[in-house]
Design a protein around this ligand. Structure first.
Ligand SMILES: *Cc1c(COP(=O)(O)O)cnc(C)c1O
Length: 412
């Protein structure tokens, strides 16, 4: 792969300043790999667990054990890990519909949630489509403060009379800081002080294995398998982990009452879901290194980046304010060019279901839409920020970032 000398020199500098932060991630990775291996050992994962089931999927021991492996590694009572979840949004939707009932109110404590969730909740989109709102479930929101931080002072009041408190760990398509697990724990503590019966649900998307612990003091944590915990190997799916009684309610919603988690054949997905989880801490580490590298490089070039390259990390996302539509599209074209699959495709701005603005997305992934693989996207709105995530390996992630960088430099 050819790059101009200037790019390579800048890359070297960007990497050199990032190295000590890579080391911090290596330590987190070693810890989390041990945690996952320990879960495999404790639960006696066996070759026979890797085979799948068909039809109803009764007695699928491998599927049931994978639930336990997730629960153990994440420090939760129970988990529901299924390829039947079509996306992170579907998994989160299942969790909300699982525990909320007509007349209940959910409150989001971290400002407006991720774009696709606004339609699930019913604060965006048409009425009558089956949103929570259509089912008589009310929504309240504790806005972030003007500097993008959580309004800790008002949490206790905000949860009064509410059934569910919803917390989003990662920034989503916003430039607020992602929340560390310690911060999430503090929010949960305050929420429980304000309402001891509150059910806390954490959108854990993009956060898994970036820190040594997960926000498992919540009642439910939820994520997508084509992000961090699938390790780039799981072909689809999501997980819900947390308190047994709530996980069971979610299982009833995913399948139906009376069936819960007992049905749902794994087809031939068990092996890849186990293997993906086994690899996940290491793949996440590569993704975070790719992210740190990109932040360091674009910061050096004078772009405003979120978070700073030297920040303590809690997710795999890097957001870069590019300030122009041309740069946003060029960046994504570059990422696409540096991807292993469909590198010849040219991303364009277009409408996407679930999103309010036109979006441009670069994804040259082995798994369609997998954003634990190197990918970039951003909506066509000010300040034309791009969100970069993934990278199965650091070296290839870095090459993709350099392609994006050169694509922008060529615009000038
Ligand atoms: C990715 C993501 C989701 C779920 O998105 P899907 O594309 O449906 O998997 C939800 N919340 C956040 C913060 C996310 O990053």
């Amino acid at each position: 792969m050819e790059f101009c000398n200037e790019t390579l020199e800048l890359a070297k500098k960007a990497e050199n300043r990032a190295k000590i932060f890579f080391e911090r991630m290596d330590e987190v990775c070693a810890f989390n790999e041990a945690k996952v291996l320990e879960a495999f050992n404790k639960l006696r994962v066996s070759e026979s667990d890797l085979h799948g089931s068909t039809g109803y999927g009764y007695g699928d021991a491998g599927r049931d054990k994978l639930d336990q492996v997730y629960a153990q590694a994440f420090g939760c009572e129970k988990a529901l890990v299924r390829h039947h979840f079509v996306s992170g949004t579907h998994t989160l939707s299942t969790a909300l519909f699982g525990v909320l009932r007509p007349g209940d109110t959910m409150v989001c404590l971290t400002g407006t949630p991720y774009d696709t969730m606004t339609e699930v909740i019913g604060i965006n989109g048409e009425d009558g489509q089956g949103s929570l709102k259509d089912f008589g479930i009310n929504y309240a929101q504790l806005d972030l403060l003007s500097d993008g931080s959580v309004n800790y002072d008002d949490i206790k009041d905000a949860v009064k009379g509410k059934k569910v408190a919803y917390i989003q760990r990662s920034r989503g398509y916003s430039l607020r800081e992602s929340l560390t697990v310690n911060e999430i724990e503090k929010i949960i503590e305050l929420a429980r002080q304000g309402n001891k019966d509150i059910i806390v649900i954490v959108d854990n998307c993009y956060g898994e294995f970036v820190e040594k612990k997960e926000p498992s003091t919540a009642d439910l944590i939820v994520g997508s398998l084509i992000k961090n915990p699938g390790g780039g190997i799981a072909r689809a799916g999501g997980y819900i982990a947390g308190k047994s009684k709530y996980v069971d309610l979610c299982a009833n919603r995913l399948t139906c009452v009376g069936v819960g988690a007992e049905e749902g054949c794994s087809l031939s997905q068990n092996r890849e879901m186990y293997m993906g989880f086994f690899f996940a801490p290491s793949v996440v580490c590569n993704a975070v290194k790719t992210s740190i590298f990109a932040l360091s490089l674009f910061d050096m070039m004078g772009y405003e980046v979120f978070p700073k390259y030297d920040a303590v990390r809690t997710d795999i996302i890097a957001a870069i304010k590019l300030n122009s539509e041309d740069k946003l599209v060029a960046f994504c074209k570059g990422i696409q060019q540096g991807s292993p699959i469909d590198s010849f495709a040219i991303p364009e701005l277009s409408e996407m279901p679930g999103y309010q603005d036109k979006v441009v997305m670069a994804a040259g992934a082995f798994t369609n839409g997998a954003s634990i693989e190197l990918s970039a996207d951003g909506p066509a709105r000010q300040p034309y920020a791009v969100w970069l995530q993934g990278g199965l390996t650091y070296n290839t992630g870095k090459l993709g970032v350099l392609k994006a960088f050169e694509a922008i430099q060529k615009l000038k």
